[in-house]
Ligand binder design. Structure first.
Ligand SMILES: [Zn+2]
Length: 681
């Protein structure tokens, strides 16, 4: 699972496509396949298909344990949520807060129940067994604060202030504000100097301004309706509150900075006050916001995600379309950019007249004052060929931000803050991979360079060479139809530790993932692949290092093996099943082939493939997927994952999916023309 482990992400389940062609051959048949092609009717049905090993009964002393929520977890649930753990024995009867809860034969329980409304919730667990033995406990769990239903006629929701905290903003730009308050009020912000800013019901500046999601949510389809209890307004050219500190640098160190900040701001008489007025009644609340004006623009920064010099990062600074949104840009260390604002820990980069990106403020350091605004001239590009890749050199006068986008058979580099001086585009000879190159001054300060390819994109990557941007385009591997895995280098990543989910009886996801991954390694090696593992023991492996490793060894495919968990408030009894995630569009067929095969092998519910912004599916150098075949919280699935058979079934599903994917690639012409890659120069 990745919910509590990876950077913010959202998933969108795609409608499942019918992959009629990619019917995986059952493995038993495949391993014993005679030279002559068997008739379809002769393929034996695997008797274990879709039958997870049964839960093995456990009888022992009563020993009530709650695994989730763990001690100290803060649950963000609504009225209903789940709680799971074990009674220690399969012959116990369990009640939680008086409601009877199912106990599985191994003692596991998974309760979906009404959560008390209190901020500290108490759960009374009572387990009894036939002989009369009894165990009980009161388990307390904290609830995340939520907007409470308002009971008075006039109110201001103090959890709803947007933005709050520290803001650095250009003096000539509007800062959008929003707050929830009682319907039909007159709402206004009173600044410390007495100036009054009216707030009104409007769709002009709402949450969308701050919360645009890069690809999980189509902002055009967001209903931007007027909400009667939502009040919005704008501020311009006003600084107030205590000095928020320097523009650049990390947020204050941990150690409950939030509590400290809140108390500091609570006492801060320099804060603005919001008022809601109805007739003769007025309610007031301090708005915890400190605004500083950026009057010394431009500020030019150089990006580096490893300011501490650990050498353990992926050397990329990620950019988002809005604070908290998913990743949209990946800027290699050394990229420079113009800054145009900051909201708490998020720094806003002015990429061009039409593009903004938000990055972690700790990833930027300022160039000396007086550095002119960043802009670049794009020189004439040169394409050169090598056996494994074609490389495009883009000469630039400065390391400006850029974005690479792919379609099935093209790559486009968009350079921000750039103007073209491209007199020619030079090919180092006819490269069989590149059909044509074109460039365009797309806007006044954005240049695009597009390469149309003769084959599907297998992989690409970029790096800086002084101020030149280098784009490497990978040739697809040759796939031998008789032995599709032979010659391929595959990286198998057993997800976690650190982190990972835990099942009701305490089995760790990291152990399950490793068991499945080692079995997958064996299958792939028997099939002729060279397999490299990111780990083969239970020792924690840094998350950022894993995709870097796959890139450094030029893996042809990357598969990350996980088992799933659900966020609070989602019913695991009705929402569990199998899913596979990808990020780069070209990995979608890979994800769908493996999903189809896993669903066929495990016969669990088909949750479909999802596009997820996860570290292990982000690499661009090879197709990559992340599998979530089972759920740790479901007692049958946790129990199956503990067994060699359950692990093997998972591995066999992935293996069959890989073969199906490679068969599809052969058909679509990405590989298969043996030698065409090497000959392409
Ligand atoms: Zn996981």
């Amino acid at each position: 699972m990745f919910w509590k482990y990876l950077p913010p992400m959202r998933l969108r389940h795609l409608p499942l496509l019918v992959l009629a062609l990619i019917a995986a051959v059952p493995l038993a048949a495949q391993q014993a396949r005679p030279k002559a092609k068997p008739k379809a009717a002769a393929v034996p049905v695997d008797p274990n298909r879709g039958r997870l090993p049964a839960v093995k009964p456990v009888t022992g002393p009563l020993d009530l344990t709650v695994v989730y929520p763990a001690k100290g977890d803060v649950v963000s649930a609504g009225e209903w949520s789940f709680l799971f753990g074990s009674t220690g024995t399969g012959d116990a009867r369990l009640t939680i807060n008086g409601d009877s809860v199912k106990v599985w034969p191994n003692g596991a329980f998974l309760a979906w129940l009404r959560f008390p409304p209190d901020s500290v919730m108490a759960f009374n667990l009572v387990a009894v067994r036939a002989g009369g033995a009894r165990d009980s406990m009161t388990y307390r769990v904290r609830r995340a604060p939520r907007a409470a239903p308002q009971t008075t006629p006039l109110w201001i929701d103090t959890l709803s202030f947007r933005p709050q905290g520290r803001v650095w903003w250009p003096a000539d730009e509007y800062l959008p504000l929003s707050v929830r308050a009682a319907e039909g009020s007159e709402v206004r912000l009173v600044l410390p100097d007495g100036a009054v800013v009216p707030l009104a019901n409007s769709v002009g500046y709402d949450d969308v301004s701050w919360g645009v999601r890069a690809f999980d949510r189509d902002t055009a389809s967001l209903a931007r309706s007027v909400r009667a209890d939502r009040y919005v307004g704008v501020l311009r050219g006003r600084a107030f509150g205590a000095d928020p500190g320097p523009l650049l640098g990390a947020e204050p160190a941990p150690g409950c900075p939030r509590c400290r900040r809140r108390s500091a701001e609570g006492a801060d008489t320099l804060l603005a006050v919001v008022e809601a007025i109805k007739g003769a009644d007025t309610v007031r609340a301090r708005w915890p916001l400190r605004v500083s004006l950026l009057d010394s623009l431009p500020v030019v920064v150089e990006l580096n995600d490893d300011t501490a010099g650990t050498g353990k990062t992926d050397r990329l600074t990620v950019g988002r379309a809005a604070p908290g949104a998913t990743y949209n840009w990946f800027f290699p260390s050394g990229t420079r950019a113009n800054v145009s604002g900051r909201l708490n820990g998020d720094l806003r980069l002015h990429l061009s007249e039409t593009s903004l990106a938000w990055i972690n403020a700790a990833d930027a350091h300022a160039l000396p004052a007086g550095t002119p605004p960043l802009e670049a001239i794009v020189g004439s590009v040169v394409l050169s060929s090598a056996p494994k890749a074609a490389t495009l050199r883009i000469p630039l006068s400065a390391r400006v931000p850029y974005l690479v986008t792919e379609t099935e058979k093209s790559l486009t580099v968009r350079l921000y803050g750039a103007s073209a001086d491209v007199n020619w585009m030079r090919y180092g000879g006819a490269d069989s991979l590149v059909e044509q190159m074109t460039w365009q001054q797309a806007t006044a300060d954005e240049v695009t360079i597009t390469l149309d390819l003769t084959k599907q994109v297998w992989g690409y990557r970029t790096r800086w060479d002084r101020t030149d941007l280098m784009l490497e385009i990978r040739r697809p591997p040759a796939i031998n139809p008789a032995r599709p895995l032979s010659g391929l280098r595959i990286v198998v990543d057993a997800g976690h530790p650190p982190g990972g989910a835990t099942g009701p009886t305490g089995y760790r996801e990291a152990e399950a993932n490793l068991g499945v991954s080692l079995k997958l390694q064996t299958l792939l090696e028997q099939g002729g692949a060279e397999v490299l593992m990111t780990r083969t023991t239970d020792t924690p492996v840094d998350l950022a290092w894993r995709p870097i490793y796959a890139d450094s060894v030029d893996a042809d495919l990357l598969i990350s093996v996980h088992n799933n968990a659900l966020p609070d408030g989602v019913n695991p009894l009705t929402n569990s099943g199998t899913s596979v995630f990808y990020n780069q569009p070209r990995s979608a067929p890979f994800a769908m082939a493996v999903q189809t095969a896993l669903v066929k092998r495990l016969a669990l519910r088909d949750l479909g493939v999802g596009r997820g912004d996860l570290a292990l599916v982000r690499p661009t150098w090879m197709p990559s997927i992340l599998t979530e075949a089972m759920f740790m919280a479901i007692p049958e699935q946790e129990s199956a994952l503990r067994t060699p058979l359950g692990q093997r079934m998972y591995a066999e599903g992935v293996y069959a999916g890989i073969l199906a994917y490679l068969a599809g690639q052969r058909g679509s012409g990405a590989g298969g023309q043996r030698g065409s890659g090497a000959a392409g120069q």
